[in-house]
Design a protein around this ligand. Structure first.
Ligand SMILES: [Zn+2]
Length: 214
């Protein structure tokens, strides 16, 4: 796919995907999960072409003009500039070819949980019915291990942590970055939203449980 929204008439497929991304972003912004223009969202248009939010925009007020195209190495396919974190999106699409959408948010729950579990390097979600919202998990008896990678302004460093986790043969359904937020994905935007919402809910439960007397 060489067409771009800047240099060619917008394709219907791109327009539809861009509209869906804008709606998802507005929904997440309403929940307060995208403070201060943070967060970024993407969806795969075809094998080598990914629609992704331009950095620095209010995620509650996006229009398709705020969505750009990049390839799976995070290189711009139009005149706009992807955010540094676009590299993390691109890595997920390369690593997990069935992925159709990647959503990254900075909710308070995600940020607090990422700091609380940073030293452990992992959150083990155990006994939750809602784990079944995650594709591939079918029973509350299945655990979901969510890695917490150290934050860095060097995306290559975060990419290396992801690679190491995968090289250890551990399933990767989503990940937290310490003091930062959550990356979740799915085969389309709807599935990615479901994963993001389920994981945020289970993280909130983990934090609530720690307030109770033991
Ligand atoms: Zn971020």
């Amino acid at each position: 796919m060489s067409a771009s929204p800047a240099s060619h008439p917008p394709s219907t497929a791109f327009e539809q995907l861009a509209q869906q991304l804008c709606r998802a972003a507005a929904d997440l912004a309403r929940r307060g999960w995208t403070p201060a223009t943070s967060s970024n969202f993407s969806a795969r248009l075809d094998a080598g072409c990914i629609a992704i939010t331009v950095s620095g925009r209010d995620k509650g007020r996006l229009t398709p003009a705020d969505i750009m195209l990049m390839d799976d190495q995070a290189r711009a396919l139009d005149a706009q500039c992807p955010s540094a974190e676009a590299r993390l999106h691109a890595q997920i699409y390369r690593m997990l070819p069935q992925t159709g959408a990647v959503l990254h948010t900075h909710s308070q729950t995600q940020t607090v949980a990422s700091l609380h579990f940073a030293a452990a390097g992992v959150v083990r979600l155990h006994g939750y019915e809602l784990v079944k919202a995650i594709e591939g998990l079918r029973s509350h008896e299945q655990d979901l291990s969510l890695p917490v990678f150290p934050n860095s302004q060097d995306m290559a460093e975060i990419e290396r942590h992801v690679d190491v986790w995968r090289a250890q043969g551990q399933p990767l359904h989503a990940y937290l970055i310490a003091g930062h937020g959550l990356y979740a994905w799915g085969r389309d935007i709807t599935a990615a939203l479901r994963h993001l919402e389920a994981i945020d809910f289970m993280l909130a439960c983990e934090l609530e449980l720690r307030k109770l007397p033991t």
